[in-house]
Design a protein around this ligand. Structure first.
Ligand SMILES: [Zn+2]
Length: 242
């Protein structure tokens, strides 16, 4: 695990929010407008990226060992644009992520350590996107591990008992925002931060041609905006844990 501190570490009283994804760039595609708003509102936002992003190129001259540091740097640049203060790379191998107990334990430790009130993760029940895209198995694996880290693992004292020995007391997350879901019921108006979302995604130069980003994002976020009666939006399924 690698913890990159882009801003100050959160003082104990600062409220925190966490975004758990599979790959560098996932959060820029899905939730960056929301995270930029949270930063503006005074939250300390933590990105947790489960894989090393190493398989994100089919170019013969871009083997995994060359791509890893490039994607890490791109993710940190994107986070800086948004004001996200902490980026944590778990560095599992890209492409073969599984929702193992080890991954769940790692995420549980991070949730207990940073104590977010809201955690964002991908909807693990989504296999397809319209009829043109198979959801990447890493996205589903990260989403499932994140959900079960939130509940029951983070809030149940003697689950992963060894975490107690590290001083990590149980923590109850209040809300889960599922991104990439087929059953959205909540939107966030990102009109004020859509430009930051564009600039953040443009940092992922190894994944998307920067010159095409603006039109794509304005198109997608604009389509969601029309659905909810605002200029630009991101949408979620919101789970409120009682
Ligand atoms: Zn991805």
């Amino acid at each position: 695990m690698e913890v990159i501190q882009l801003g100050a570490t959160p003082p104990p009283a600062t409220p925190t929010r966490m975004v758990i994804t599979a790959h560098p760039d996932d959060s820029e595609f899905t939730v960056a407008g929301t995270t930029a708003l949270w930063v503006r509102d005074g939250y300390h936002v933590i990105y947790v990226i489960c894989t090393d992003g190493s398989r994100g190129s089919n170019e013969p001259d871009m083997p995994p060992e060359r791509l890893i540091p490039i994607r890490r740097a791109e993710q940190c640049e994107a986070a800086s644009v948004l004001g996200v203060q902490t980026v944590i790379f778990l560095n599992h191998e890209d492409g073969t992520l599984e929702p193992t107990l080890q991954l769940r334990r790692e995420l549980t430790g991070l949730i207990r350590s940073y104590r977010p009130d809201i955690v964002v993760c991908g909807d693990p029940t989504r296999y397809f996107n319209r009829n043109v895209y198979v959801n990447h198995p890493d996205h589903r694996a990260a989403g499932e591990a994140a959900l079960y880290a939130i509940f029951p693992s983070a809030c149940t004292r003697f689950l992963f008992r060894e975490l107690l020995d590290e001083g990590l007391e149980p923590h109850k997350v209040h809300e889960i925002y599922l991104s990439g879901t087929l059953e959205p019921d909540t939107f966030v108006d990102i009109t004020d931060t859509v430009d930051l979302k564009v600039r953040a995604l443009q940092a992922h130069r190894s994944q998307v041609p920067p010159e095409t980003v603006e039109a794509r994002i304005r198109d997608w976020a604009g389509e969601l905006g029309r659905k909810y009666g605002v200029a630009f939006a991101e949408e979620y399924r919101r789970i409120i844990l009682r």
